[in-house]
Ligand binder design. Sequence first.
Ligand SMILES: C[S@@+](CC[C@H](N)C(=O)[O-])C[C@H]1O[C@@H](n2cnc3c(N)ncnc32)[C@H](O)[C@@H]1O
Length: 286
Amino acid sequence: MIDFNMIKRLTEEEFQKFARLIYEESGIFMKDTKITLLSNRLRKRLQALKLDSFTEYFEYIQKLPDKSKEIEQLIDVVSTNETYFFRNERQFEALEKYSFPDLAKKKTDKRLRIWSAGCSTGEEPYTLAICVLENMHLFQGWQVEIIATDIAPSVLDFARKGEYSGRRIEKVPPELLKKYFVQDKQYPEVFAISESARKLVTFYYLNLFKSQYPKDMDVVFCRNVMIYFDREHQRQLVSGFARALNKTGYLYIGHSETLHSISEDFVYVKLLDSPVYVPKERAHEF
Ligand SMILES: C[S@@+](CC[C@H](N)C(=O)[O-])C[C@H]1O[C@@H](n2cnc3c(N)ncnc32)[C@H](O)[C@@H]1O
């Protein structure tokens, strides 16, 4: 039996081959310094497929008549999925204090569509659902949809299950934990998201560089996703968001991300010190 931990690091050449494949399929850009990280993550696929070298794995993919399923698995192990409820909570406060009342005023069609792009294990879209539910006085009789998408099938499965514990729920205020989670009787450290929040969210597989984007969005959250892409892919992504968002819409990106020199379609508006962008036509409103 193979001891998978004994499989050495990728060689320089193997690393380049996998890095190119990953980049072409997902836009995820792996710097040369990520060789150990990539080796560790790929070992999981080697183990699952009982292959004993990285080269064998690369050749295995090339020979598949339909590569798409294995490429999905490859991207799944390679993607970084760190997330938690109420991550950068000031952005959710900005959403509740500014974006929601503004949209409630402007949207005569009474539809609120929110997209969590790169939703990982679901904490972000469920946090959005909790924020909507806390503001239902603004959206009585509205049709509310939260679309949550990711490229990694395993995180989507986790998200659909909707059970969380430990660090993932550490930042949920106690009163909201009580209101929007159900504590497991057998495993009291586990909290399941409430039916009311779950009902608002639909999870889909979506590759930001290969799939079609949803349309008519009022709010897009794409946080801590762009950092994995190079400039060219970031530009492509943001121009896609410009098309997906309504003119009255809002784009929330991560704290370490910027649209500076990436997009001319949006302007930065400072809402509670959070990075929020709106279509440039609305610059005068802020
Ligand atoms: C670090 S997580 C961010 C989770 C959440 N947005 C947050 O800020 O807490 C980044 C997510 O982006 C996803 N991702 C990376 N490349 C992608 C692509 N090309 N299409 C769709 N999702 C992608 C990853 O699978 C991962 O779950």
